[in-house]
Design a protein around this ligand. Structure first.
Ligand SMILES: [Zn+2]
Length: 100
């Protein structure tokens, strides 16, 4: 039928540059928007409640009412705050803070 009688295999020879998967550089970089951190009930044990916007809550110190930024909504930072600002409360458990 056609001219493909065995020689057509040669066509594959020179064209191997079909590997254009999209270079995912610019796309992924733009995704680095600030992530909003959510309050976790567990943070109460670090002496923190929250206030402000539910989509970007801000940790609020139960002891003195201080408000931290949403970026500080991580256990390590809450803990550090508690230890440095209220060392006397650092060893209290969550029951203490819940009733505070
Ligand atoms: Zn405080």
């Amino acid at each position: 039928m056609t001219t493909c009688t065995g020689t057509c295999v040669d066509v594959q020879g020179g064209k191997e540059e079909t590997n254009d998967e999209e270079p995912s550089t610019s796309v992924t970089k733009n995704l680095k928007e600030a992530v909003k951190r959510k309050y976790d009930e567990d943070y109460i044990k670090h002496g923190f409640s929250w206030c402000g916007d539910e989509t970007a809550p801000r940790p609020q110190c139960i002891i003195c009412g201080d408000q931290l930024s949403n970026e500080s909504m991580v256990p390590s930072k809450l803990k550090r705050y508690l230890y440095s600002s209220h060392p006397s409360c650092a060893n209290k458990d969550k029951q203490y803070f819940k009733s505070a």
